[in-house]
Design a protein around this ligand. Structure first.
Ligand code: SF4
Length: 888
């Protein structure tokens, strides 16, 4: 049989040998097309066979044929909307209640792609489907294929499927090279397309690990291809070296790989001759980008990043989270203080100002932001329009002009949303946000934008290509090969049954076989020098076993780690660890930390060396409680402005309860006259409680939960019991109407020193003995301070009552517990305990205030909690304090 009338299958374990032989057999017969797995492989093969050749990837070839037949490819952002439209009239049984979940649609999309690649006919699937779930899948497949045919549209996974069935079928003489295996739709397309005189190459199908190569070779042989098997030269990798390296963790592994790449470049290799291979891109690409930046090493590649993991994607996600969370404070804060969001001038300052109250709603942040909200019913196009306005007014669109990466990510976002922008159907808001979330999670954007540099590729990208030197990262269990989960719509038992009935759809075990075929057939034969590496631990510290792909290769020579360090930081670290040469700035910083740990006073440990005292400073009771519990705590909170990142939702209940109960008791006495009966007080208190609830809800501080009515009953009971207590309004007392919840701003002279004190008093009463001060406490806790500046003592001095008494000219003061319905502490003439001495209490307050002044004059605010360490137990400055009491 002459070579002109046959179709040739050339197999060999040596890629160069099979290419040479196949090319020789086909070149003699005149012009032909080169068909390769990807565009770079075309360049690589043309470099060896001649630039005059026309090279196309298999997908390009199929797409070109479909276009010639009047078909068009679906744009990346269009497929979701197309799928939903294609299945709109399908009557599902099993899937109906699951269709409002985005995950159902992604599973459906994945399963339909698998069926297209398996090259099965819709009717054959309908014939073998047994259960309701299988019927739904079969119906969806039939509807999707019918819509594609009717509208002459195709997606990437259906390119070869539809090309074989619906594109012009002019035979093509071609050399197909670079594949290790092909899926069923590719085999069927090529089987129908390749004219006599064509040749196709594959690795040696008899090699142990190449199951998928074997299956592919058998499929072409069944279509009449004549096999020419070329035994390998003495050893296909002669002169090549393969070594292995195990790194402690992912970052060390990446550093080793890029240091080796630097060394190869320094030894004369060109960047395009080198490659770094990663299978688990999510784990390795961020580390590669960081370390390459540190080494000043340009990388290039075609990797994609989910839009969600870009800065602009994260910003859009925060907008959706805030929308769905009814603009709760923490979600709104996360959106408006995002570094890309410039809607407010100084958003961090606004957040700080609002944080004591944690108000919900956009109004609290700015009166003109209401347009960020979506109505309860909205179309996707409306939501996309709102999103465009947000990105424009937040300044993100302007920034793209100077930020190449941001520009690329926004372009991808616009493309991903292009389908949604045409969808004008009104839907419930939660459906709109779920669809936008789905788009952000499933659409991708290019990661490495540089044109030149050392190539980062995944194993598929190696098909048909040759490199001088390669480093393969991540050969660890679960990373490469990755774990494959079963499809929730078609499990392996169903696939096995379908297969017996003549409908073969590969299962999870085929995915692993494909991985292994690519590893052995492409990766191991793509370079003269190859390093295979694995980490012992993940970035989270989880231990990793070596990949089976690595262990099956047996013992390999160890990679020589004698490569030069590649950055100044690494050199500094090396000198510090091995020669004890630590840079002066680092040594000084370490010394400061050691001194702080040892409790030695310094400027970093509260001994400031200059006066902190400011006579104009306004003090409050809570500030004096801080400074009296521990000077450093006041310094951290007030002078440095350190705040814990409180979760406003978590702290809401107790704070709001206090506000509401205070309001109720204030309301009970508002307009009080001596004739008022207890029932009237209760009526006024309940009305005030209801008003306060409305006020706090409107301000966004209070979000009633399902137990709201029970809570409200409890609050009413607490207020009722407090009002019935004889302690609440003793005989002969007259509440001062002007002073109810009144604020004051007074100066207090203590010897030569003057303190300015500002505060809010809950209540002042007139009585036969004089003015009296009442402070309401919700529970029974009373703040106290250490009395003496010079000695560490107990937290046993109460200062608020004598301070307020002095500021307001009162002769006595007391704490009234609302929940306890009784007095829990008193000062001045209201403290009738035998052991109590009002004059001593006053003097202790003076000593305390003078001690504060003395320490502030000396610039002395070192950590000095009470002797029992109680202050440290509820201290928000603890994370930056080196006092042993402040450590968890
Ligand atoms: S943790 Fe203790 S020592 Fe440190 S600032 Fe707080 S109260 Fe003071």
């Amino acid at each position: 049989m002459s070579a002109v009338s046959i179709r040739l299958l050339v197999t060999s374990s040596d890629a160069s040998v099979r290419l040479k032989t196949a090319a020789q057999s086909i070149q003699a017969m005149g012009p032909f097309t080169l068909v390769v797995p990807n565009v770079p492989a075309g360049r690589s093969v043309r470099a060896r066979l001649g630039d005059h050749l026309r090279a196309q990837s298999l997908t390009q070839l199929a797409r070109e044929r479909l276009r010639a037949g009047g078909w068009r490819p679906l744009r990346p952002g269009e497929r979701d909307a197309f799928l939903r439209r294609a299945l709109a009239d399908t009557e599902f049984q099993y899937l109906t209640p699951l269709l409002d979940r985005p995950s159902t649609w992604s599973s459906l999309a994945r399963t339909l792609s698998e069926l297209l690649r398996a090259d099965v006919e819709p009717q054959a699937v309908l014939n073998v489907a047994k259960t309701a779930r299988e019927h739904d899948v079969a119906q969806a497949f039939a509807a999707y294929v019918a819509t594609c045919v009717r509208e002459r549209c195709f997606d990437l996974s259906g390119t070869e499927y539809f090309a074989r069935r619906h594109a012009p079928s002019t035979p093509l003489r071609a050399l197909v090279h670079g594949f290790t295996h092909l899926d069923a739709s590719q085999i069927a397309f090529l089987g129908a397309l390749l004219a006599p005189g064509s040749a196709l190459t594959l690795p040696d199908p008899d090699e142990r690990r190449l199951h998928e190569t074997r299956r592919t070779a058998q499929a072409f042989q069944a279509r009449g291809f004549v096999t020419e098997h070329l035994p390998a030269a003495p050893h296909p990798h002669e002169g090549e070296t393969t070594s292995a390296y195990t790194a402690p963790d992912v970052e060390s592994e990446v550093r080793a790989a890029l240091r080796q790449v630097q060394a190869w470049l320094a030894a004369g290799s060109a960047p395009h001759q080198l490659g770094v291979v990663v299978r688990d891109e999510a784990t390795y690409l961020p580390a590669l980008i960081d370390v390459a930046r540190e080494y000043d090493l340009p990388l290039t590649g075609h990797h994609q990043l989910p839009l969600l993991r870009t800065a602009v994607g994260a910003l859009v996600w925060l907008w959706l989270e805030a929308l769905e969370g009814d603009w709760a404070f923490s979600r709104t804060r996360a959106l408006l203080t995002h570094p890309l969001c410039g809607l407010l001038g100084d958003s961090l300052e606004v957040a700080r100002r609002l944080s004591p109250a944690f108000p919900a709603g956009l109004e609290a942040w700015h009166p003109d932001l209401a347009w960020l909200e979506l109505p309860p019913e909205e179309s996707l196009s409306g939501a996309v329009g709102r999103l465009e306005r947000f990105l424009r007014e937040a300044g993100v669109v302007d920034r793209r002009r100077t930020d190449m990466q941001l520009n690329a990510h926004i372009a991808s976002l616009v493309e991903a949303l292009s389908g949604a922008a045409q969808d004008h159907t009104l839907r419930p808001r939660q459906d709109v946000t779920a669809l936008l979330r789905h788009t952000l999670s499933t659409h991708t954007t290019p990661l490495l934008l540089g044109r030149g540099g050392v190539r980062v590729l995944n194993p598929l990208g190696l098909l048909g290509r040759q490199f001088h030197k390669l480093w393969v990262l991540g050969l660890a269990d679960g990373l490469y090969p990755p774990r494959v989960s079963e499809s929730p719509l078609l499990d392996s038992a169903v696939r096995a049954r379908w297969s017996e009935a003549g409908v073969f759809v590969p299962d999870a075990s085929t995915s692993t076989a494909v991985e292994e075929t690519i590893f052995h057939g492409a990766l191991l034969s793509s370079a003269q020098e190859l390093v295979l590496s694995s980490p012992r631990r993940t970035a989270q510290g989880r231990s990793l076993a070596p990949s089976v792909f690595l262990t099956r290769l047996g013992t390999l020579p160890a990679w020589s780690s004698e490569v030069p360090l590649a950055s100044e930081g690494e050199q500094l670290l090396e000198r510090a660890l091995n020669a004890g040469e630590v840079p002066e700035a680092v040594r000084r910083a370490a010394q400061i930390e050691q001194e702080r740990d040892a409790g030695q006073p310094s400027a970093h440990h509260g001994l400031l060396g200059e006066s902190l005292w400011d006579p104009a400073w306004t003090w409050s009771a809570s500030q004096l409680h801080d400074v009296g519990a521990c000077r450093f705590r006041w310094f951290g909170r007030k002078a440095l402005g350190l705040r814990e990142d409180a979760d406003p939702e978590a702290g809401e209940d107790r704070r709001v309860t206090g506000t509401l109960l205070h309001a109720a008791l204030e309301g009970a006495l508002r307009g009080w006259t001596p004739q008022d009966q207890p029932a009237l007080l209760l009526e006024r208190a309940e009305a005030a409680l209801d008003r306060a609830i409305v006020r706090e809800r409107r301000a966004g501080n209070f979000h009633p939960g399902p137990l709201f009515e029970i809570e409200r009953r409890e609050w009413r009971q607490i207020v009722q019991q407090a009002l019935q207590s004889p302690d609440f309004l003793p005989e002969g007392w007259t509440p001062d109407q002007a002073a109810l919840e009144g604020s004051f701003d007074q100066t207090l002279a203590v010897g030569e020193v003057v303190f300015r004190l500002r505060g809010v008093v809950d209540r002042v009463d007139h009585s036969p003995v004089g003015k009296l001060v009442t402070d309401y406490k919700v529970g029974t806790y009373i703040s106290t301070v250490q009395p003496n500046a010079q000695e560490t003592g107990k937290l046993d001095l109460e200062i608020q009552l004598p301070l307020y008494m002095r500021a307001l000219g009162a002769v006595g003061g007391r704490y009234f517990s609302i929940e306890g319905s009784k007095v829990i502490g008193a000062a001045g003439q209201l403290n009738t305990k035998k052991a109590y001495d009002a004059a001593k209490h006053e003097a202790a307050l003076d000593t305390f205030l003078l001690g504060v002044h003395q320490d502030f004059e000396a610039g002395q605010v070192t950590p000095r909690p009470d002797q029992d360490g109680k202050a440290c137990g509820f201290c928000t400055v603890a994370p930056v304090c080196r006092h042993p009491g402040g450590r968890a």
